[in-house]
Design a protein around this ligand. Structure first.
Ligand code: ATR
Length: 278
């Protein structure tokens, strides 16, 4: 079959700068698979029709990014545990008989990047998660599954952090604090899952939450990670213990690729290629 017959896409708005086509095509080349992978720009009002049309026309898989991850879950006929728990989907797969399944690879991609690429064993550590949007929700569950000793979630709108902690339902291990209520606490791992680096704003957090050995991780990469990186290093995180989300981007793509093609690509060459640019 031609590459056009194996059609994949990523939906978003905006979407022109997405790295997903490049990543998926690099994985396919590595494994000798033929596929096409396009970007589809759809506004929230267009998303529903655009996704249905894509699958009706024979699309074999779709990734979904901002601002459609919640809508993607709502539209799906079935959902994996990862998507249901995150309340959001980034991977859609057509079902035999019509409709599509929603899945979420953000949490698994994050854990694989931080543990396997960066060698950070999450077990037994005290983690702080900044933010309570869709990405934070996926990462919160993944951190718990990976065995952190404690997970503290803070968010500008505290009720959204509370909702994640309530859904997780392990109050002895996972709890929330107010954004300005972190004085006197310290963490081994601080994960930024807010959109502050994109939309602008300050990380007005006490620097005392950083310890000698703390690692900081921003789910964003490139310029969008610069603000949190600056804060983290000023607070005492060693520069080489700061990680951005480029590896997570590659790993979440590899998990989607594996779901669709039944083969997991070697992510390191693709990560190294992208790292030269970001
Ligand atoms: P995503 O799907 O990437 O997680 P999102 O759902 O829009 O994106 O979530 C963005 C997160 O960044 C939210 O936790 C948001 O806080 P609110 O829930 O209070 O909106 C957080 N955020 C965005 N701008 C922020 C700012 N200036 N200060 C603090 N938090 C901010």
């Amino acid at each position: 079959m031609s590459a056009e017959a194996h059609r994949f896409a990523v939906f978003g708005h905006p979407i022109a700068h997405s790295l997903s086509p490049e990543i998926h095509k690099a994985f396919a080349a590595q494994l000798g698979l033929q596929l096409s992978y396009e970007t589809i720009d759809a506004t929230p009002g267009e998303f529903d029709d655009a996704v249905r049309r894509f699958f009706a026309e024979g699309g074999l898989g779709a990734n979904v990014t901002l601002p459609h991850k919640t809508a993607a879950l709502t539209l799906a006929k079935t959902a994996s545990d990862a998507a249901t728990r995150a309340g959001a989907a980034n991977t859609l797969t057509p079902l035999v008989g019509g409709g599509f399944e929603a899945h979420n690879t953000d949490g698994s991609g994050f854990v694989r990047d931080i543990t396997e690429r960066h060698g950070f064993d999450l077990r037994g550590h005290d983690a702080l998660l900044l933010g309570a949007g869709g990405a934070a929700r996926a990462v919160a569950w993944a951190l718990m599954d990976a065995g952190v000793q404690s997970l503290t979630i803070v968010n500008r709108s505290p009720e959204k952090a509370d909702a994640i902690a309530d859904a997780i339902g392990e109050p002895a291990r996972c709890h929330t604090r107010y954004w300005d209520g972190l004085e006197g606490e310290c963490f081994d791992l601080i994960v930024n899952a807010t959109s502050i680096g994109v939309t602008g704003g300050d990380f007005d957090l006490p620097m005392s939450i950083v310890q000698d050995h703390s690692t900081a991780y921003d789910l964003c990469y490139g310029a969008a990670a610069a603000g949190f990186k600056g804060w983290a290093i000023a607070a005492g995180v060693r520069p080489d213990w700061f990680r951005d989300g480029l590896g997570m981007l590659v790993e979440q793509a590899a998990d989607a690729f594996d779901k669709w093609h039944g083969q997991r690509p070697d992510t390191d060459p693709v990560y190294r290629m992208l790292r030269q640019r970001f």
